[in-house]
Design a protein around this ligand. Sequence first.
Ligand code: ATP
Length: 435
Amino acid sequence: MDEIVRLCKHRGFIFPSAEIYGGFRSTYDYGPLGVLMLRNVKNAWWRSMVQLRQDVVGLDAAILSGPRIWEASGHLTNFTDPLVDCRNCKERWRADHLEPDPKDGAIHCPNCGSTDLTEARAFNLMFKTHAGPVEDEGSVAYLRPETAQGHFVNFLNVLQTSRKKPPFGIAQIGKSFRNEITPGNFVFRTREFEQMELEYFVPPQDAPKWFEYWCEERLNWYVDLGIPLDQLRLRAHDQEELSHYSAGTSDVEFMFPWGWGELEGIANRTDFDLKAHAAHSGERLEFYDQATSERYVPYVIEPAAGATRTMMAFLLAAYDEDEIGGEKRTVLRLHPRIAPYQVAILPLSRKDTLIPTAQEVLGLLQPIAMCDYDETQSIGKRYRRQDEIGTPLAVTIDFDSLEDRAVTIRERDTTEQVRVPIDKLVEEVTGRLAL
Ligand code: ATP
């Protein structure tokens, strides 16, 4: 974990936010490589959930939202975590994250060890603000704590404009905000984060079948993008753990350095949300099936994943150290679709004679892949750097290239090198990346 945090800072993936002012409360900024990788995580999700399907359409709803949405969804009353105060050191904790001490069975404050803790009380996690210049009850607004309600309040808009019918889904990626009591473990739990959520509307009787389907699909997504199956599991929630809207939830969990942690929750939200919004808004949020002349409120299966948390899992799973020719190296074995750069273009030397050919190669590959062009330092050092940031392929232009119009492709994982004619480079790189 420390190695990942160090690498993220050192190579420009993730920086503590506002570092020159001493940081700001567990918030993070995504640097030049982080922004590429996070975008790739989201694109990979969008590709699998929207692009490769005909039954899902996209949405990008507003983050600022009025209280009526959150009253109807139940979040104003139910979106709480149990909060306890330590009377001794005044720290605050999430009660459900505190374990009794195996020696005396008492609950101790993780900071000072005191057992003088208050009773747990419900703490609402929503960020409240005011829209407009007047700060009164009438201007109260919330930063959404999940992207999900946007899908439900737009149900009719999407139904009418997309001409879809159940089973169909609405996919959305965007920022969510939760005033977490104890953020931590790097970007695992932050107060501002990004989610990737699908709301999949189905005929009620088919909900159990689609729930199973999405559990399997979503687990496979992580495996296909390179997380080993033995570092993943599906865990069903027990009755007390279920959210107020859920008839069944399973989490995709990843083996983090501190133990199993959730990457994604797949929930059977039933018709809870559509019915609640129908009751509060007075609109009929239903589907009318012309074929059978039936009117019904669809059930919803929701796979809800965290983009930032998933990026962290990809980094942890990809991190490796090995030895090449007796020399230790750090390598991120990231899937080409997730790696910040797919190709590094490395002229062997900075000599003027090589640069035009190197630029020509860059011009060929830039339209098909994210490329890093680097002409400084020794070639060995540059390979190490690319290994450490996970670039799957390096293309080296040397003095022979000027004679034979060929370049060397080096594979990150095997360090194997092959000579390829420049004319065949696009085809060769496309094939090897299998994007
Ligand atoms: P937890 O039990 O860890 O608080 P949750 O069950 O409340 O999470 P969901 O509401 O199911 O989480 O949110 C879906 C996904 O959004 C989570 O699986 C996670 O990947 C991501 N997520 C939720 N809260 C955070 C957070 N504070 N920071 C980063 N990602 C988060």
